[in-house]
Structure formats: C-alpha cells, structure tokens
Design a protein around this ligand. Structure first.
Ligand code: COA
Length: 109
C-alpha cells in the first residue's frame, strides 16, 4: 500500500514522494517541480519519508536514475544481481539486463 506525501510552498504543490509498503519498503515517485529544485525541497521529502519509515522497517529500498542525489542522503548502491531477491516486478521486465536504474538501500538507525 503506497503512502504519498506532498511538499507545498504558498499553497502550491511543488513536490511529492511515496513510501511503498509492498514486499519491501521502498521510496518511490519523488519529484520536485523544476523551478523549485535545488532549494532543499527534495531533501525534506526524503527526510520526511525516512522518518515515517522508521516506524515500519529497518531498511528502505530505492530504484532511481538519480543515484548521486540519494548517495548524499546516505543510500548505498546494490549490485544489479541483488535485485532478483528484492523486486519481483523486475523479474518480469524485458529490460532486466539493461536497466538504467540504480538499486539502492539505506539502513535506518
Ligand atoms: C532528484 C530531485 C527530487 C531532487 O530535488 P531537489 O529539491 O532539487 O533537491 P535538494 O534541493 O534537496 O538537493 C539539491 C542537491 O541535490 C543535488 N541533485 C539534485 N538533483 C540531482 C540529480 N538528479 N542527480 C544528482 N544530484 C542531484 C543537487 O546538485 C544538490 O546538491 P548539493 O546539495 O550538493 O548542492 C529533483 O531533482 C527531481 O525532481 N528530479 C526529477 C525526478 C527524479 O529524478 N526523481 C528521482 C528518481 S527516483
């Protein structure tokens, strides 16, 4: 079951993020409006999602095309081969071997 949060500035929605509570707990669908990027909104969304996740799990997973952003937040890269045991939906994907996404996880304290 996914839980979404939004970021608002002056009553305008400028970003969103999702905590997906599936087979694994996963941060998904994080995006900030282009004109509001690099102002800390994405970092606050990640912080809020991880705070919520602390109530539910020790590990949050992520598939992303922006790994450098998430490395700065403490996420670590996984090997492509590790995704088999984590994401069942990847197993059905015809781009399994040529996936552009980086698999990552963060262990919560
Ligand atoms: C990734 C994203 C959510 C970051 O949001 P943001 O509000 O710009 O992030 P913040 O302002 O909190 O952080 C900015 C920092 O992240 C870095 N950063 C932002 N986007 C980045 C990206 N795509 N790749 C690498 N670094 C990125 C900035 O260079 C900056 O670094 P600094 O603090 O060292 O100067 C936003 O760029 C976005 O919506 N991108 C398009 C959607 C996307 O790629 N989502 C992730 C896929 S899972």
């Amino acid at each position: 079951m996914p839980e979404f949060i939004i970021a608002q500035i002056n009553n305008k929605i400028v970003g969103c993020a999702c905590l997906d509570l599936g087979d694994v707990v996963e941060l998904r669908s994080i995006a900030v409006l282009p004109s509001y990027r690099n102002k800390g909104v994405g970092s606050k969304l990640v912080g809020a999602i991880l705070k919520r996740a602390l109530d539910l799990t020790d590990i949050v997973y992520l598939r992303t095309t922006s790994p450098i952003f998430f490395e700065k937040k403490g996420f670590k890269k996984l090997q492509n081969s590790e995704k088999k045991g984590i994401w069942k939906d990847c197993m059905q994907c015809d781009k399994y071997d040529i996936c552009r996404q980086t698999m990552m996880k963060i262990t919560l304290m």
